[in-house]
Design a protein around this ligand. Structure first.
Ligand SMILES: *Cc1c(COP(=O)(O)O)cnc(C)c1O
Length: 421
């Protein structure tokens, strides 16, 4: 559910007409709904209300400091995968004790920053990383709380580029080596083993892969405890999918996910940490763009937008589908016709949709990509020297630019010419 609805013939974001924002900030831009973000976060908190828990929003899905501030004020923690995300979360006011640090390639510098700034736990992905963290902790005279990310070797049944729980991926330590890895961690100075971590992938549309993974984690937890480790936290990762099209099979709801978590690991008396990103932010965001031209090709009609693959890369990267809707509400009986919806970038892959059935659209019309809040703005680039698209946050009848569009002068000023030229 989201807060982008048609009323009185036009599309609204909560109580602000999308077209009015477009007049003020120009297109393209990302637009987020505070109410949707809050609602989705609460659904997870409610789903885990049966026991001690913390919802750590995956900052990589939508890292804007204003969004992190909003979610942090609702009680969320953050799952970060880089020093930049750690610093963003802290700048948003999220305390270190609500931040977990994930990722396969944490550098010693990143470890130092997080350990001295405050961190709930590091999710460790390899033995070399354990040793590095141990050295850093000892050098700072601190103890680093750690969970070890286990690769449970389950098929997440999602797009290959976002499946992370298979044995052939780079993520985590194989289940078969888990006990040995915990023994190693427990023996290293400066580390305190607190939990087990797992994250099997993103945009999962069924519970079965999660359930298979969590059962393995539950069994492992019992073994690790028998080995003498004080396992108190289970970090179960993120990954719950969202409906990108209305015709899609509807993915499980957070409540169903929470019940499954209770069924699989609820008996262990652990605090449960989850790291949802997409489900919190995905349907809380639109990318709003304007039609530059309607161009007739050989047997097809192109809708050329002012947004391109550099602004929203998911279709090019993952063959992802985004619903595209006109900002002016089409008449109920408006005839639909197929458009190839493309951007202005000089790449054949700069295509958002082929033969998409859309109501009549003309030069200058506004359209909105739905479900663009997660892995949208954060993956944008300035390819073709197109300035990063701005981000706007709506709350009821107010809106604010939460990241301004850089000017061309700013874009160019980031380059510098060496003295010998
Ligand atoms: C990407 C990621 C998440 C968030 O995944 P979603 O599918 O957005 O919920 C959570 N944890 C880790 C470790 C990740 O890499």
């Amino acid at each position: 559910m989201d807060h982008f609805l048609y009323r009185a013939g036009r599309l609204w974001a909560e109580d602000v007409p999308v077209g009015e924002i477009a007049e003020t900030v120009g297109t393209p831009f990302y637009l987020y709904s505070s109410a949707t973000l809050r609602r989705h976060l609460r659904l997870f908190a409610e789903a885990l209300a049966w026991g001690p828990h913390l919802v750590c929003f995956a900052a990589k899905a939508l890292g804007n400091v204003a969004v992190l501030r909003l979610l942090g004020e609702e009680g969320a923690g953050a799952d970060v995968v880089s020093e930049g995300e750690y610093r963003r979360a802290r700048a948003a006011g999220i305390p270190g004790e609500r931040i977990v640090f994930s990722g396969v390639g944490k550098t010693r510098t990143e470890m130092r920053t997080a350990l001295s700034g405050g961190i709930r736990q590091f999710n460790i992905e390899s033995e070399p990383e354990m040793r590095a963290l141990s050295e850093v902790a000892v050098s700072l005279g601190r103890e680093a709380p750690v969970a070890i990310r286990i690769n449970p070797d389950v098929d997440a049944r999602t797009h290959a580029k976002i499946a992370t729980g298979g044995g052939e991926t780079k993520f985590g330590i194989p289940l078969s080596r888990a006990r040995e890895a915990y023994r190693t961690a427990a023996a290293l100075p400066g580390l305190r083993v607190v939990g087990v971590d797992v994250h099997i992938g993103s945009q999962l549309t069924e519970l079965a892969p999660f359930e298979a993974a969590y059962r393995k984690i539950a069994d492992l937890t019992a073994l690790l405890r028998a080995d003498g480790h004080d396992i108190r936290v289970l970090d179960l990762g993120g990954g719950l999918g969202i409906p990108y099209t209305r015709s899609n099979q509807v993915p499980p709801l957070p409540a169903e996910y929470g019940e499954m978590v209770r069924r699989t690991v609820g008996g262990l008396g652990c605090e449960v940490v989850i790291e949802p990103g997409r489900l919190v932010a995905g349907n809380a965001g639109l990318l709003v763009a304007r039609v530059i031209y309607v161009k007739d090709g050989e047997g097809r009609r192109f809708l050329i937008l002012d947004a391109g693959m550099n602004d929203l890369v998911r279709p090019a990267l993952y063959e992802a589908h985004h619903d595209i809707v006109p900002v002016a509400e089409p008449a109920p009986d408006a005839p639909l016709q197929p458009f190839d919806v493309v951007g202005p970038v000089c790449e054949t892959g700069d295509i958002f949709a082929r033969a998409r059935l859309l109501p009549p659209l003309a030069e200058g019309d506004l359209v909105a990509f739905r479900s663009a809040g997660a892995y949208g703005a954060v993956m944008a680039s300035e390819y073709n020297s197109r300035p990063l698209v701005p981000e706007v946050l709506v709350q009821r009848d107010q809106f604010a630019v939460i990241r301004a569009r850089p000017s061309f002068d700013e874009l160019i000023a980031r380059d510098s010419i060496p003295p010998w030229l």
